[in-house]
Design a protein around this ligand. Structure first.
Ligand code: PLP
Length: 362
């Protein structure tokens, strides 16, 4: 058996569009695919604007810089996420303040977030972990009450919806990653979507060396080179053409998992909030005591059977750069007891059955 965690599917127009870049010489960050990818991605998310960037991490950092977040400012980040969500706050020379997660959705707890707000708090970065939308109504209400910006980390959740809206379109800005294991990929790549024209303009300028569009080689601000290439965007345009079919396939695979894992004692699943829809980036599982085997023991068994898997993210409050005191017990329990099973569009029902066989036969 050999079931991998993630695998991109590049069987559409990817090669055709990349060849077009090469044969026409448009291989750098100027070129028609960049614009097309941005326009199509904004349409997909239901936002007025989208600007492409070099990866999901630069997407998040770009928004912080464009919002003027810097030294002395605090930004709320969930304690249980991929490290980049917190690292970008450090890149902006601001302070990430960790928030415990909700025990059902594993996303930022709005109640704990409110407790962490001080007079220095400037923004909240909710993460839609493993494709499950965060509790955006509560987070947006908190932001409004305390006059904070909301930057959605949608790196794992392209196409997920919350009360009919696509994630990324709800806060001030939404950030996406197109790394090879994400819902769609450009190899490396990212995007920021927003409905705020001024923020969009600031971001397009800052990501392009901070050059004023009106005056060449003139810099009103310190910029970065965070551009996506036309070749990457060519892959992105082709991926986006098929995203709806990818999302349908993911839903199907998740349904197979749910069916196969039904009735096994000691398994708990990440919950999706009411009126929201996950895109099932991966298939996480929480092992309760009565499962009868520890998370690490199950990981060993799966690995021995040729089934790729991961521990769920470790809690940031335990890591050297983000060490924090306080109650992060939910984040810690997910970090200790959860694992993620493979889920990608190339998986068959037989693959899912093979994974679940190992879990069932513990
Ligand atoms: C992948 C990911 C990122 C970073 O994206 P890159 O493209 O790898 O830089 C940020 N946040 C989360 C939650 C992610 O999963």
């Amino acid at each position: 058996m050999n079931v991998r965690m993630a695998e991109p599917n590049l069987e559409g127009n990817e090669l055709k569009y990349v060849s077009e870049c090469v044969t026409t010489n448009w291989i750098s960050s100027a070129g028609k695919f960049v614009k097309e990818f941005e326009e199509n991605f904004a349409t997909f998310c239901g936002t007025t604007h989208a600007t492409s960037v070099s990866n999901g991490t630069t997407a998040l950092h770009l928004v912080l810089v464009a919002l003027g977040i810097g030294p002395g400012d605090e930004v709320l980040v969930p304690a249980n996420t991929f490290g980049a969500t917190a690292a970008v706050v450090k890149h902006a020379h601001a302070t990430p303040v960790l928030v415990d997660i909700d025990k059902d959705t594993w996303n930022m707890s709005p109640e704990d977030a409110e407790k962490k707000i001080t007079k220095h708090t400037k923004a909240i970065i909710p993460v839609h972990l493993y494709g499950v939308p965060a509790d955006m109504d509560a987070i947006m209400a908190l932001a409004k009450k305390h006059n904070l910006n909301v930057i959605e980390d949608a790196a794992e959740s392209h196409g997920a919806t919350y009360k009919g809206k696509r994630v990324g379109s709800i806060g001030d800005a939404g950030c996406f990653s197109f790394y090879g294991n994400k819902i769609i990929t450009t190899g490396e790549g990212g995007m920021v979507v927003t409905n705020n024209a001024a923020l969009h303009k600031a971001m397009t300028e800052i990501k392009n060396h901070g050059m004023t569009p009106e005056k060449r080689y003139w810099h009103d601000v310190v910029g970065y080179n965070y551009r996506l290439t036309n070749i990457q965007a060519a892959v992105g345009v082709a991926q986006l053409e098929r995203i709806e079919s990818f999302l349908e396939k993911r839903e199907q695979i998740a349904a197979w998992y749910a069916e196969e894992l039904k009735g096994i004692t000691g398994l708990r699943f990440q919950q999706t909030p009411k009126d929201a829809k996950s895109v099932m980036w991966m298939y996480p599982l929480y092992l309760e005591k009565d499962f009868g085997m520890t998370r690490d023991e199950l990981i060993e068994k799966l690995t021995a059977a040729g089934i790729d898997n991961r521990k769920s993210f470790a809690s940031l409050h335990t890591m050297p750069p983000y060490k924090s005191e306080g109650d992060f017990s939910v984040s810690q329990s997910v970090a200790d007891n959860a694992l993620v099973l493979p889920l990608h569009v190339g998986m068959t029902k037989e693959d899912v059955k093979a994974v679940c066989q190992v879990i069932r036969g513990k």
